[in-house]
Design a protein around this ligand. Structure first.
Ligand code: FAD
Length: 288
């Protein structure tokens, strides 16, 4: 279907974008890569009267290391993220995740900010941002604020972002020493959204797990932080028994829909399998 008519704007600064979004309030939407919003508009599930394109705003672009953290400009494309050698060395889980999103055509346009902000439980980056404890830098006409990814997701397509606000960047803290991380995704075919996927990061001290975070994709209305599953691993020796217990704890918090990806029980079980595999890969990368 063809989208409903809209007025298109291409501001060059964040204040100009915020003015446009504020002036048209509920009738306006930001657009970045357009690879989630345009399909929604074609289906008439979104019918914004005003589209504010963030693509010409230089301040929203780029990847940089800053004070021990990595800062990703909101309109960094998945392809730009994949190509960044420094980021791939420091936080290889980001590249690993981006490579599992859709296909090269979508990754050439789709942005990290759009993927994180969209609020679709099928998007892959939100679970990774929960796992890495990322913070979203937000600008609005009332000023700037920071929202932890762990406090951002409220429901399917419902986030803590207020009308008229945009995410300008995503700040990811440096991982703990001796940490390894992995993102493992089950999909029916290349380019598909996850049947279930898991992000895991853990660090080791003296052969035991010292820190751990686990998050899940597409097995609930939002990405999920599996806090009890991760807490149960602290002090444990990495291995199949510990990871099976964590997988069971993670499965217990899932609430998947029965849809084309499979029935509820299958998707819940696959979430556990993804957790076990992600933990095993993370432990190996951490040197365990
Ligand atoms: C065929 C296909 C397959 C796909 N497969 C996957 C997949 O496997 N995994 C996956 O994760 N994604 C997948 N996607 C989605 C794709 O990754 C999108 O590009 C991404 O979800 C949204 O990024 P975008 O830049 O395109 O955002 P847009 O579509 O431009 O925007 C999405 C939403 O976020 C808002 N928004 C965007 N940027 C900002 C910002 N900076 N501040 C505030 N609001 C903002 C918009 O207003 C809109 O509501 C797929 C898409 C297609 C077309």
């Amino acid at each position: 279907m063809i989208p409903a008519a809209f007025t298109y704007y291409r501001p060059r600064t964040v204040p100009d974008a915020l003015s446009l979004l504020g002036a048209h309030s509920e009738e306006a939407r930001a657009i970045a890569g357009g690879h989630s919003l345009i399909p929604m508009m074609k289906l008439r599930l979104a019918t914004p009267d005003h589209l504010v394109d963030l693509g010409a705003i230089a301040a929203l672009k780029g990847i940089r290391a800053e004070g021990g953290a990595w800062v990703l400009g909101a309109t960094t494309t998945q392809a730009e993220l994949i190509a960044h050698a420094g980021l791939a060395r420091a936080l290889p889980i980001l590249r690993e995740t981006a490579l599992q999103i859709a296909d090269p055509q979508v990754r050439a346009r789709g942005t990290v900010g759009g993927n994180v902000v969209n609020g679709d439980p099928g998007n892959d980056m939100p679970a990774v941002m929960l796992c890495l404890d990322a913070a979203l830098e937000v600008a609005g006409r009332g000023g700037a604020r920071t929202i932890r990814a762990r406090e951002f997701y409220r429901g399917a397509f419902i986030t803590a972002l207020a009308a008229g606000e945009i995410v300008t960047a995503i700040r990811i803290p440096a991982p703990p020493a001796k940490a390894g991380a992995a993102y493992v995704k089950l999909k029916r075919k290349t380019g598909d959204y996850a049947t279930a996927a898991a992000a895991a990061m853990l660090s080791l001290e003296g052969g035991r797990i010292a820190t751990c975070a686990i998050a899940l994709t597409n097995v609930a209305p939002t990405a999920l932080l599996a806090e009890a599953a991760a807490a149960g691993l602290i002090g444990a020796a990495p291995g199949a028994a510990a990871f099976a217990a964590a997988a069971a704890a993670a499965e217990a918090i899932t609430d998947p829909a029965a849809d084309g990806h499979g029935p509820v029980d299958y998707r819940r079980r696959m979430a556990g399998v993804m957790v076990r595999r992600a933990l095993a890969a993370a432990a190996e990368r951490a040197g365990g």
